[in-house]
Ligand binder design. Structure first.
Ligand code: ADP
Length: 292
């Protein structure tokens, strides 16, 4: 039987008439990535440190930023944090051009450790966490009970409530980093940026720290970008990596990167390399005096 417009189907249901097809609702625009770098370049004067970086970080991602020493990881973070201006390209944060992005509290930053000067600063953990909260309020609003409760919740989330009255400079590096995460949580940051947070801690602390970050990413939807030197650690905990070596040489699944690295030694510091998305191509290291 030929089904014509309006012919009853089995079960008595009528085939929808072509003319009655509902007009599809206009598609909502896809959400803007929290970080979008297009053709970003940077140099401190001489040699370029970053070149042609195209990198996006979508909301909810947990990205490990990898690369050998001097590959430009910290410089890239500085650009995202607004502490350095790229010499080429374009940076957008939360869908807005970086220069026009004013809600800096939406990005929480966790340094490796307190600077020597800050370590002398006579602030307690709760006060440091509170600073994150109060930075959001502006100069004319006094913190109230709700703000103090937000600070306590943030301390509890990183298991630092028992340390609330300790001087921040007296804490271990790992505890200081938890306090900085609490500061970001108290200010309701949506993007957390960490610079080699586990460089100076033992393996058990490192595992516990990653566990905490995984929970914040999974349960609170916190977007995380973390610089890490330990490829195995990243591969075990992070869904996506971005690998720098002046250029962005890989973006994607850490297991895939490990396979390519195993095959080509991409991560070897002596190797200069460029990996085209489709065609891995690695230049061997230039031995001194070797014929080109
Ligand atoms: P990474 O974090 O991957 O180790 P960096 O971004 O710190 O790399 O450094 C990239 C390059 O820029 C390195 O060659 C480093 O020596 C250089 N560099 C970093 N900071 C400065 C600076 N303030 N002045 C001049 N050169 C710098």
């Amino acid at each position: 039987m030929v089904m014509t417009e309006g012919t009853p189907r089995r079960g008595g249901e009528r085939a929808p008439a072509a003319t009655a097809a509902p007009i599809p609702a206009p598609l909502a625009p896809p959400p803007a990535p929290l970080v979008e770098l297009r053709g970003v370049g940077f140099g401190y004067g001489g040699e370029p440190v970053l070149e042609g970086i195209d990198l996006t970080v979508a909301r909810g991602e947990f990205v490990g930023l990898l690369g050998p020493n001097g590959s430009g990881k910290s410089t890239l973070l500085k650009i995202v944090l607004g502490l350095a201006r790229p010499t080429a390209g374009r940076v957008a944060l939360f869908g807005r051009e970086a220069a026009r992005f004013k809600e800096r509290w939406r990005i929480g930053y966790v340094p490796q450790r307190l600077a020597t000067f800050d370590a002398q600063f006579p602030a307690t953990v709760a006060e440091v966490v509170g600073m994150g909260r109060y930075a959001r309020l502006g100069p004319f609003r006094r913190p109230g009970a709700a703000d103090r409760a937000a600070v306590e919740r943030a301390l509890a989330a990183v298991e630092m409530a028992p340390f609330r009255d300790r001087r921040i400079g007296q804490l271990s590096v790992g505890q200081q980093q938890r306090a900085f995460i609490a500061r970001a949580l108290a200010s309701e940051a949506e993007l957390l940026i960490l610079d080699e947070p586990t460089a100076a801690v033992d393996a058990a602390t490192q595992e516990a720290f990653y566990h905490l970050l995984e929970g914040l990413n999974r349960d609170r939807g916190l977007t995380i970008v973390l610089v890490e030197h330990d490829l195995a650690m990243v591969a075990a905990h992070v869904a996506s990596v971005a690998v720098l070596n002046r250029r962005l040489i890989f973006r994607g699944d850490p297991a895939e990167f490990s396979r390519r690295d195993f095959l080509h030694g991409i991560y070897d510091e002596r190797t200069t390399c460029e990996v085209h998305p489709e065609v891995p191509h690695v230049h061997p290291p230039h031995a001194p005096g070797a014929a080109k």
